[in-house]
Design a protein around this ligand. Sequence first.
Ligand code: NAD
Length: 386
Amino acid sequence: MTKLSWGLVGGGAGSQIGPAHRLGAAVDGEFAFVAGALDHRAEEGRFYGRSLGLAPDRAYGDWREMLAGETGRADRVDLVTVATPNATHFEITKAFLEAGFHVLCEKPMTMTVEEGEEIVRIARATGKLCAVNYGYTGYALVRHMRAMVARGDLGRIRLVVAEFAHGHHADAADADNPRVRWRYDPAQAGVSAQFADCGIHAMHMASFVTGQEVETLSADTVSCIESRVLEDDAMVNFRMSGGAVGRLWTSSVAIGRQHGLSLQVFGEKGGLRWAQEQPNQLYWMPLGGRLEVIERGAGGLSPEADRASRVTVGHAEGMPLAFANIYRDMAEAIRAEKDGRAMDPAADLYPRAEDGLRSMAAVFAVAASGKAAGQWTDARPPMFRD
Ligand code: NAD
């Protein structure tokens, strides 16, 4: 089996998310890392690319050079990951899609709903894969939750409770540090800070697991550190397409919370509880039954969870392997397209441009509702309204 080839934009030396992408893409041996424009500074990007083993002519100085260089090659990359700061996602993703590359874009996919709709239209018109890195949906037990809901174990879903609350921006004395301040500056971050950064992961996961879309929401947004223009905490109530009620708390001032992503799903017949910091255990309580701990890697889980597990039960799997599952899904989709066959349904789970667009619509709805004292607001992108 020949490897697919992979290129990375962003993710330079010292970046937060670059290493997780390189690990995730490499784990299964599906992708060879052959091209990159890794840094906003051309020379640093070229140097770092070469230090990671890229050939000198494919360690590019910027993404436009990479686009031109790769477009002209017979062995052009099969997939490009965009892991640059948010405001650049739209133009880089658009350019690579239009040039015929498959793209995995970091979240948030765009800065506006209009840009999100354009990316969806371009992906549909070109037929290229456009995925968005809601990488936490790659955890085996998140996929198992989705499978349990889909096969009816919980019955009708009544309630979803999602959290993504950390405490890493809680120091008021550090709020003016430029590395923190830009995140709460509308000129650089857009209409939302904490919800756009973290809340959308939790909201996307609620949709991924329940198979329902968020239709309307009411948000209470607040800047607990008063000098901040954008919110550092939000409580969002929402209603979903299948009738589920949603509650979501996101915060960056919750001191003592580390990553703080969790999901609880309550149906007519049982409840599920999962937390990203203990991702190898899922708590399942059937109505009238006993609490059961479902261990990742145990026998008899869903095909989706089995496919997403790499090491045997009792050994921890973590975030880079969740990202690896997004890459593995995409490798299967690319190979299925090349071979002209249907893809493995257990792999057809990677988040799409449509998910990125829905998140952008939710970001704008949260910002609008927060300003309007929690007024219930349509959270659907215009192109998905009836
Ligand atoms: P970062 O600031 O740590 O790193 C950004 C990297 O991109 C740097 O190496 C920088 O030099 C490079 N860069 C900037 N502009 C560039 C350009 N025009 N061309 C090429 N390289 C460029 O940022 P980060 O925390 O790694 O975040 C990057 C993206 O990943 C953001 O959109 C963020 O929201 C997202 N992210 C996602 C997750 C997740 O769980 N999916 C987690 C963290 C960050």
